[in-house]
Design a protein around this ligand. Structure first.
Ligand code: M6R
Length: 609
């Protein structure tokens, strides 16, 4: 999730590049850079920090030239630093590239290129693309880029510059957005429309596998085979604010819809080539290492804590190591039993949450080995922990966490399978079966997102004015907690989640006619038990909306409405079942006219106690 821009025309490129990047900072803001051809060479200026730092750096000596590219980064491979900032160059500085996405086979390519004498400067996956272009360059820029594309695997939008071809930019995309803005005697490239909207509303939206050679007065688009593609001009009619949200009304809705990609990115490079097991190059754990631990603590706040609850279930079920989950603000003050035999896993989207960071520091002081699951490379938590696993969800702007949660679940699931294989707690065939199911999840989330109309209707129909109860057993209970939190924080409706079996120990007293109950019944192992609890609330005339897996024809007999999610292994269903709950909260908040992205009293990152 980075921002990309490109310019070719008669005007000073740096003006558009910095202006365009300023509109893309919501996509990444840990470093920024531009490259401009100055008539002799391609001059690259880049630095860590927000775009303001780059502007400051070049203010007295702005690169001069009428063709260039720029980038604002959200780190994945390599921490935020000057050297890891884009654009990246080859050894000679003649080939320059900006990239959004992940080059999955970069390590193999890097080794090959180093053997051939290429000297790398950064820790990024992107730099291999520049060196690879240098390696294969045969005088034909376009053909050489095609050769690079044949060799790289992964997801990308890329823009290339070459000193030997100073009047053209080449761009292409795979699973990441890229648009070309059509100007008069000038053309623009951007990862997203907001970057170009002040200059032109006439665009070409590139499809996967398409490649464009962009000059100031021509744009030639071809497909993977090199055949010409005729494209229709897409006239952008959104305003700048809507464009920033990708046409969605709110960042939260955009981020909910980004989940298939976020989940796919988080999985990428972590599934073995044969698709049968999980690889975690970041960890390189052994059975001896794992057998040394007698306990794992998972510590986090809010949504990340809810992800930790699912993580506990996964680790205990699959890897058979005892796990305790704690709220960070409690954990840090409750004198937990921690020593060298303790593993502490902290979970944090931002990597900056004060209580989680304090719990991490305290546990380290007492001798625990620490692992962070976070979304922000170079964050305080990432730097403090002994080891880190990143969720590659991209920046999450809305206060309500959505794609961070689903990617945290994915990471916990993969981590548990990884541990299970090392410890031999699960047969290889079962691991392979679960990895196969896991890989279907992105498409299943897309399927869940494909019809939001019934959810909108429920949100309107029931108004959800006072109290809403969420119930479920086992993993359904963990998801219920997250569903209730979503509704509370953005719609200000009182919502509580209960383990369905606990109702009769008190809460059932609150269930009266018309009270909305969201009942999750996706877990086959406790299905009948959940059904009896649902009957208990139905007998008190609650209005029950059930969440079930496709193929379940039973639940609808006992509830008022059912929302279905695709059928998968019951371990993976939480990643799907949370999606309708996120949407329900979103549409309930909209119905009530709430400020969805910035709910009252809340901040995105809680850096104070
Ligand atoms: O950045 P973190 O994941 O550490 O943040 C933890 C919580 O503050 C966060 O999940 C919060 O609960 C969200 N607003 C929930 O949507």
């Amino acid at each position: 999730m980075c921002g990309i821009v490109g310019y070719v025309g008669d005007k000073q490129a740096a003006d558009f590049l910095t202006e365009g990047l300023s509109k893309l900072e919501y996509r990444g803001y840990d470093s920024a850079g531009i490259a401009v051809y100055d008539g002799e060479k391609i001059r690259v200026e880049k630095c860590v920090g927000r775009l303001a730092a780059l502007r400051d750096k070049i203010k007295d000596d702005v690169p001069q030239g009428t063709i260039g590219i720029g980038h604002t980064r959200w780190a994945t491979h390599g921490r935020p630093s000057d050297v890891n900032a884009h654009p990246h160059t080859d050894c000679s500085g003649d080939f320059v590239v900006v990239h959004n996405g992940i080059i999955e086979n970069y390590l193999t390519l890097k080794e090959e290129l180093i053997e051939k004498g290429h000297a790398f400067k950064s820790e990024t996956d992107t730099e291999v693309v520049a060196h690879l272009l240098e390696e294969v360059y045969n005088g034909d820029f376009e053909e050489s880029v095609r050769e690079v594309l044949r060799r790289i695997e992964g997801s990308y939008s890329l823009v290339f510059m070459c000193r030997q071809h100073p009047d053209e930019l080449i761009c292409t995309k795979q699973d990441n957005p890229l648009v070309i803005g059509l100007g008069d005697g000038e053309n623009f490239i951007a990862s997203d429309i907001p970057a170009i909207i002040s200059r032109t509303r006439r665009t070409y939206i590139l499809n996967d596998g398409e490649m464009a050679v962009v000059k100031k007065d021509s744009i030639v688009i071809t497909n993977r085979k090199g055949e010409l593609v005729t494209k229709k001009v897409f006239e952008v009619n959104w305003n700048a604010e809507a464009a920033e949200k990708g046409g969605f009304e709110h960042f939260m809705l955009k981020e909910i819809h980004e989940q298939p990609k976020a989940v796919r990115d988080t999985m990428s490079q972590r599934v073995a080539k044969d698709g049968k097991s999980i690889v975690m190059d970041e960890l390189k754990w052994t059975a001896d290492y794992l057998n040394d631990f007698n306990k794992i603590y998972i510590v986090a706040c809010g949504t990340a804590y809810h992800a930790g609850l699912v993580g506990k279930y996964y680790i205990e079920k699959l890897a058979r190591i005892p796990v305790e989950v704690d709220i960070a603000s409690e954990f840090r003050y409750r004198d937990p039993i921690i020593d060298e035999k303790t593993m502490l896993i902290v979970v944090s989207q931002s990597g900056e949450t004060s209580d989680t960071l304090a719990a991490l520091k305290e546990s380290k002081r007492r001798g625990a080995k620490t692992l962070a699951l976070t979304n922000v490379v170079g964050s305080s938590i990432a730097r403090e922990a002994d080891q880190v696993l990143y969720t590659w969800a991209g920046p999450e702007i809305a206060v309500a966490s959505t794609k961070a949660y689903t990617t945290q679940l994915i990471l916990f699931f993969m981590l548990s399978l990884y541990m299970a294989e090392i410890l031999g707690t699960l047969p290889k065939e079962r691991i392979a079966e679960l990895v196969a199911e896991l890989q279907k999840v992105p498409a299943q989330i897309s399927e869940t997102l494909s019809d939001v109309e019934p959810i909108k209707t429920f949100a309107k129909q029931y108004g959800f004015n006072e109290d809403v109860f969420y119930i479920g057993r086992s993993l359904d209970y963990d998801v219920a907690l997250e569903g209730a939190l979503k509704l509370k924080e953005i719609s200000y409706i009182h919502a509580e989640a209960y383990a369905a079996g606990e109702l009769k120990h008190g809460t059932l007293a609150l269930i009266v006619e018309g009270v909305p109950v969201i009942a999750l019944a996706t877990q086959k192992s406790v299905y009948e038990k959940t059904l009896s609890n649902i009957k208990e609330v139905k007998a008190r005339d609650a209005v029950v909306i059930g969440i079930a897996a496709e193929g379940d024809d039973e639940l609808e007999k006992y509830v008022d409405h059912v929302m279905k999610v695709p059928e998968t292994d019951e371990l993976l269903i939480p990643i799907l079942a949370v999606v309708p709950l996120q949407l329900l909260a979103y549409y309930a908040a909209i119905t009530r006219g709430c400020d969805v992205d910035k709910p009252r009293n809340l901040a995105k990152s809680v850096t104070v106690e």
